[in-house]
Ligand binder design. Sequence first.
Ligand SMILES: C[S@@+](CC[C@H](N)C(=O)[O-])C[C@H]1O[C@@H](n2cnc3c(N)ncnc32)[C@H](O)[C@@H]1O
Length: 288
Amino acid sequence: MTDPQEAIDATAAARATERDPRIEERTAGEVQEGIPFIGAGPGDPGLLTVTGRRLVEAADLVVHAGSLVNSDLLEAYCADAEQVSSVGRDLEELVPLMRDTYEAGRTVARLHSGDPAIYGAAVEQMDALEHEGVPTYLVPGVTSAFAASATLRTQLTLNGVANHVAFTRPQGKTLDPDDDHVGAFVGMGDVTTCLYLGTHAVGETMDRLLADGHDPETPVAVVYHASWPDEDVVEGTIETIGERLETAGYRASAMVVIGDAARKAGYERSYLYGDWANRGPDEGEADD
Ligand SMILES: C[S@@+](CC[C@H](N)C(=O)[O-])C[C@H]1O[C@@H](n2cnc3c(N)ncnc32)[C@H](O)[C@@H]1O
């Protein structure tokens, strides 16, 4: 087998000059030839898409993202399949496992948590497999920020409150301080900032925001295990959330939502169900 790093480099180099023809030939949601990289959704088995479920049910081998994928989902949809957690396995192990199984004529599904496009590291696996001659494709899922907004019964964009959403992560072992833009997003004011991969570092992140002069009263909601049976919500502000979360004891698997939309306060009625309701067609795009 080609070294996965060489395969990734070769695929990236080819991409600079040739466009993948499947981009024009295939639609998202279409079942295709090869190994599907499926978004498992945030946890509740009901939040897996219909296509994702069909593919997982048909799989002989399901490679999944370990504890981030609810075992109830695996039990409900693929109890009879061979199940392998990707946690603690490198590309050098995962790629041959998926390739050999696929080439032996068995059906393979790769399950990522939430949506694979968000902090999923799917593309490097796909590139390594494609380089080995195994086609792959993506099946979207519900990202955890969307489960968290449903739990909070809010919108991440809210008229008069938040016009933008940032999916981001704080500095840590795998992100340099220079690449941490949490303060920049919060400072924009009308952005709902959704922090992935930051549960263990909420206190430090909030301390940095306070040190940089951000409003201590800015609402922050932390949704632990959104859509799981043990889902929990800890609410506070930039000033208070660190201590509250420490008391609650969550160190992983939570979505941190920063901004006024977390509390749904102060929004304005949208144009859509106001003056725009009778405006006639084709006058621009509005909320739905
Ligand atoms: C490696 S990232 C994967 C994100 C995933 N691809 C998605 O779209 O949600 C893992 C992070 O996602 C968030 N996360 C995943 N599932 C979650 C859930 N059910 N509730 C809250 N946060 C979750 C946490 O911030 C966790 O640290």
